[in-house]
Design a binder for this molecule. Structure first.
Ligand code: FMN
Length: 185
């Protein structure tokens, strides 16, 4: 029997999105966002608190990148989610991660994270913190691909467990989508 717990925003899984931007002086910045997802075929929307350095950076440069946190880089990713560029402008350097400039947008790409979505700003809404970007490129490390597509088994992306406050490894394949239910048709 279910217990009614009232209004909760508990969703499983939450992503661990690493939002990359540049500060005014071109120092790279990055933060973690779990509140975000794909909203159109080539569009992503993320809820970014307006007090974060990332918000100001996106407003200034009209661009950002979205990489996915991985098990291999989990400590560095978490650090970027607890330190702010407002107080620590060189926090990416302190995290131990390295970056290169995106070829497509005015934002940094984190070398150690295998998949990145490079985005141009579409809109920013202060009332609900929603930042929407158009995806203009997806970059993937060759070592994290199988048959020309990103392979989650190789990438080892983590998701955020919002109830336990843990990062969890994305799990095993249990069945093929759009087909395992066909036998019930
Ligand atoms: C697991 C996790 C999830 C987070 N999700 C969000 C989020 O969805 N939106 C947000 O605004 N901040 C989120 N944060 C907090 C920011 O990452 C954090 O405040 C960061 O220091 C902001 O960095 P900045 O000021 O350099 O932009 C999250 C942090 C963690 C650790």
């Amino acid at each position: 029997m279910k217990q009614n717990l009232g209004v909760k925003n508990w969703m499983f899984p939450m992503p661990v999105l690493m939002i990359g931007t540049y500060n005014e002086d071109c120092t790279p910045n990055a933060m973690v966002a779990a509140w975000g997802g794909i909203t159109l075929e080539d569009e992503i929307t993320i809820c970014i608190d307006t007090s974060h350095k990332t918000w100001a950076n996106i407003a200034a440069r009209k661009a950002f990148t979205v990489a996915f946190g991985t098990a291999n880089a989990v400590k560095a990713c978490d650090y970027l989610g607890i330190a702010s560029g407002n107080k620590t402008p060189d926090k990416v350097k302190k995290s131990g991660l390295t970056v290169i400039k995106s070829e497509f947008v005015d934002a940094p790409v984190i070398n150690e994270l295998p998949l990145v979505l490079e985005c141009k700003l579409v809109s920013m809404k202060e009332e609900n913190c929603n930042v929407t970007g158009k995806i203009v490129n997806c970059g993937v490390e060759e070592s994290a691909m199988t048959d020309g597509k990103p392979d989650a088994g190789k990438m080892k992306p983590v998701c955020y467990d919002t109830c336990g406050h843990f990062y969890r490894l994305m799990g095993d394949v249990v069945a093929p989508a759009f087909s395992c239910g066909k036998e019930l048709m």
